[in-house]
Design a protein around this ligand. Structure first.
Ligand SMILES: Nc1nc2c(c(=O)[nH]1)N[C@H]1C(S)=C(S)[C@@H](COP(=O)(O)O)O[C@H]1N2
Ligand SMILES: [Mo]
Length: 258
């Protein structure tokens, strides 16, 4: 990279390099850059000229996306997460959210409608009895949270790929996004959405999902970390535009495989 850096980039140089360093967990990409992490090196490796803060943002996004792509390439849709006997279910199972238990949203079961949007042919909203009437499965799997705990739980609901096909979702799209009653949002790659163990869950331990575990529904994926498993889902959308997420936009890895 030649020439002067724009002043706003020069000022934040150290912070930018530190952030890029954090994103470069992938050894292959590290090798590409050599040992020295410089703004020039980042510019070369990503093919983006550093002209302003926008281009820096683009570079960081590109690096972060590279890790996502590497994980997506490693993801084997036929690889099953371990399942456990019911005797190993954690009791009590931990609660976690970006707020304390007292702030858990109270969703009204009667008036609730699950909204569908984006690349989905049949966007009719679903009420809970209609969702409960679909064929249900259950599984006992381990939930892993990046905050340093994991616990085994049992979730029941509909196989998500069956649901996506039923509503005519365009499964050639790249992403499925989720909006939640508490303002949380996240998104996942289509191969994980179609994974056999990914379920739209309405129950925990055979009982209606308690409010704190995500009533009326959560997406349960034993192949992904806790923060990728949205609770209190109110809307599901299918898209080719990278939707990001609540924690992902603050630096958590987007692919988030466990
Ligand atoms: N709507 C919503 N979903 C969410 C969260 C949240 O704050 N809001 N937190 C995530 C995180 S970080 C974890 S570890 C799990 C916790 O789920 P649990 O309360 O069933 O243990 O929910 C995930 N899904
Ligand atoms: Mo988490």
């Amino acid at each position: 990279m030649n020439g002067q850096l724009p002043p706003e980039v020069e000022r934040d140089k150290d912070a930018i390099l530190k952030e890029a360093d954090g994103l470069l967990k992938d050894p292959g990409k590290r090798r590409l850059l050599g040992n020295l992490l410089t703004l020039g090196g980042l510019s070369l490796a990503t093919g983006i000229l550093i002209r302003d803060e926008q281009s820096i943002k683009k570079i960081l996004e590109r690096i972060s996306r590279f890790n996502d792509d590497a994980q997506a390439a490693l993801f084997d849709p036929n690889d099953m997460a371990p399942e456990y006997p019911r005797s190993e279910i954690a009791n009590p199972f931990p609660f976690n959210a970006f707020y304390p238990l007292a702030k858990v949203p109270q969703v009204d079961a009667e008036s609730f409608r699950l909204q569908l949007s984006g690349k989905i042919a049949d966007k009719r909203a679903w009420d809970l009895p209609a969702l409960y009437a679909l064929p249900q499965v259950s599984q006992v799997t381990r939930h892993i949270c990046v905050e340093g705990w994991s616990a085994i739980g049992e979730w029941g609901g509909v196989v998500f790929s069956d649901f996506l096909k039923r509503v005519g979702a365009d499964v050639t799209c790249k992403y499925v996004g989720f909006k939640c009653a508490d303002g949380y949002h996240t998104s996942i790659d289509m191969p994980t959405a179609l994974h056999a163990q990914t379920i739209l869950a309405f129950t925990f331990r055979g009982q209606t999902l308690p409010t704190w575990y995500g009533f009326p529904m959560k997406l349960r994926m034993p192949t992904k970390l806790g923060y990728k498993n949205p609770k209190h889902i109110t809307e599901i959308f299918v898209t080719n535009d990278h939707p990001g997420g609540f924690w992902e936009d603050q630096g958590y890895n987007w692919f988030g495989g466990s």
